[in-house]
Write a protein that binds this ligand. Structure first.
Ligand code: SF4
Length: 177
């Protein structure tokens, strides 16, 4: 964080320019560092040792931090057991009949976390991390706006009404047809 703290806005903008929306992102990075400094004396380890839901609430109050960003910070920077709900996860869960179209962010997060959340903190964080990474990969390779189910590793889990063999839900509610 020291680099972000010290670098001038204009230089930070140029450094992150390739990522797009660089002015907005630069301002948000500065906001995040100012928050960490003010609340935790600049210590990320102090920040990430807070109860997850308390810290999540704090992050959500920062300008420009929505649920997906807050959860990505908690999971990837804090190594905390939080599932990140992105558009790939929504699409795959919906197409597989796991959750209804239009399910709320917190509903999806809660379902996944309770289904995968029975181990210790670091083990759960690893599971959520890997699960999210696999969903992103399946989404990028196969499950875009048009589903390319042939060759997709999730095709065996596709519900019958979409041409698959099974009807499956998350965790203990899984049902075979
Ligand atoms: S089988 Fe793959 S491409 Fe088809 S709906 Fe499922 S995740 Fe998407």
């Amino acid at each position: 964080m020291q680099g972000i703290r010290q670098v001038a806005n204009a230089e930070l903008e140029q450094l992150i320019r390739p990522s797009g929306y660089f002015r907005q992102k630069s301002a948000r990075l500065k906001t995040f560092v100012a928050y960490a400094d003010e609340r935790y004396g600049g210590s990320l380890s102090r920040m990430f040792s807070q109860p997850v839901e308390d810290l999540r609430d704090q992050l959500l109050k920062l300008n420009g931090v929505g649920r997906e960003t807050a959860d990505a910070i908690l999971l990837y920077a804090g190594k905390l057991p939080v599932f990140v709900v992105d558009s790939y996860a929504r699409r795959i869960f919906e197409r597989h009949g796991i959750l209804p179209a239009g399910a709320k962010y917190e509903e999806i997060r809660g379902e996944v976390e309770s289904a995968l959340g029975k181990n210790g903190v670091s083990e759960r964080a690893e599971h959520f991390n890997e699960f999210h990474a696999l969903i992103v990969e399946a989404g990028k390779r196969h499950c875009g706006s048009v589903a390319k189910c042939d060759g997709c590793p999730l095709q065996p889990l596709l519900p019958a009404k979409f041409g698959g063999q099974v009807q499956r839900s998350i965790g203990s509610r899984a049902v075979k047809k």
